[in-house]
Design a binder for this molecule. Structure first.
Ligand SMILES: [Zn+2]
Ligand SMILES: [Zn+2]
Length: 352
């Protein structure tokens, strides 16, 4: 047995906020995000740690004329510059995606839709168009479609539309906060990071994440943006140390329960000198604990396969078919249900 750990990182650049006002979290020309992606990929190569990268489909293009004939509302693509990567590197980044795919660590390209639509704000036709378009882009780069999605702002698409687009696994946020504002600040500093098992919802496997980025610290700058004022009172080293402990304990929890731990952030979150050393140090620990047999590190696609194989084996065991010696042991660790899963949209950060 042992725990399972999944890492997923949103790559969206300018598309993450193109329907909002400003982008104070991004570097002006995407250079910081590109530099830290290279560092992250080099580190993952050295440690052989695979990551699911949730990519906005439009970034896979090297250029466009700014007109995309989808069923979106008027003005949806107004922020699309209609130029190319050399002029607007926050809206086109095919070389970043190519770098992810070409690395030997088995990273996964997961979709974050084509143009970062919050799925519940548009009709099914638009979601379908977004997914078809994103799948075509991914297929061009990898040779096959992805089975994985992280919906922008965790705005839930319909299972039917997902299945029609070939999606088999989705990451959704599960808010564990039910706390006062001070309680929330303490949770962001100390955790604990929750553990939820994958579950099947209407034919689509759901894996979870926290409503706040968990691989990076909310108490340190997110990309180019300062953290909340109360956190700035703490020395940077203290904040880094607390995040490092948060991450170690997140793995501990997965190991102790034979459970699943899913950590996430945006690429921009880790793209600064404060976050990156913590992430790198954590990846080293994760690889060491993987090597010692404590945990497996699975992409979302691998988690999907793992879950479905387990379900099939359990069904077979229930039918008296297969020998499944650890099934009883598994029953000692019932999957957590939805009791704490009340979606509190006010607490979901706007930049996810
Ligand atoms: Zn375009
Ligand atoms: Zn996003």
């Amino acid at each position: 047995m042992g725990g399972k750990v999944t890492l997923s990182i949103e790559v969206e650049l300018g598309w993450g906020v193109h329907d909002l006002d400003a982008a104070p979290h991004l570097s002006a020309d995407g250079s910081a995000e590109r530099a830290y992606l290279s560092r992250l990929l080099n580190c993952a190569d050295a440690l052989d740690v695979p990551i699911s990268f949730d990519v906005v489909g439009h970034l896979l293009q090297s250029a466009c004329d700014g007109s995309h004939e989808g069923p979106h509302r008027d003005g949806w693509f107004d922020a699309d510059p209609g130029t190319d990567a050399s002029v607007n590197p926050l809206f086109y980044a095919p070389e970043m995606v190519r770098d992810i795919v070409d690395r030997p660590s088995g990273h996964e390209l997961c979709t974050h839709t084509y143009s970062h639509v919050p799925c519940q704000t548009v009709d099914e036709e638009t979601v379908g168009w977004e997914l078809d378009r994103a799948q075509s882009q991914i297929e061009t780069v990898t040779g096959s479609k992805t089975v994985s999605i992280v919906p922008p702002r965790h705005s839930r698409p319909s299972s039917e539309t997902l299945r029609e687009a070939g999606i088999e696994i989705m990451r959704m946020s599960r808010d564990t906060s039910d706390k006062s504002r001070p309680g929330r600040l303490v949770e962001l500093l100390y955790g604990p990071h929750p553990t939820f098992e994958p579950r099947l919802v209407d034919g689509v496997v759901e894996t979870y994440c926290t409503a706040y980025p968990s691989l990076t610290s909310s108490a340190l700058p997110s990309g180019q943006r300062d953290p909340l004022a109360p956190f700035r009172l703490l020395p940077v080293r203290v904040r880094q140390s607390l995040q490092r402990q948060y991450l170690s304990r997140a793995i501990d929890a997965a190991v102790e329960t034979d459970g699943h731990c899913h950590l996430w952030c945006h690429l921009y979150d880790l793209s600064n000198q404060y976050q990156w050393p913590v992430v790198r140090s954590f990846l080293e620990e994760l690889a060491a604990r993987r090597d010692s047999g404590d945990v497996r590190v699975l992409t979302m696609a691998e988690l999907n396969d793992d879950f479905r194989e387990d379900e099939a084996a359990d069904a077979s065991y229930a039918d008296g078919g297969a020998d499944r010696p650890h099934a009883a042991e598994r029953a000692d660790h019932p999957r957590l249900d939805d009791a704490t899963d009340h979606e509190n949209k006010e607490r979901v950060r706007v930049y996810d």
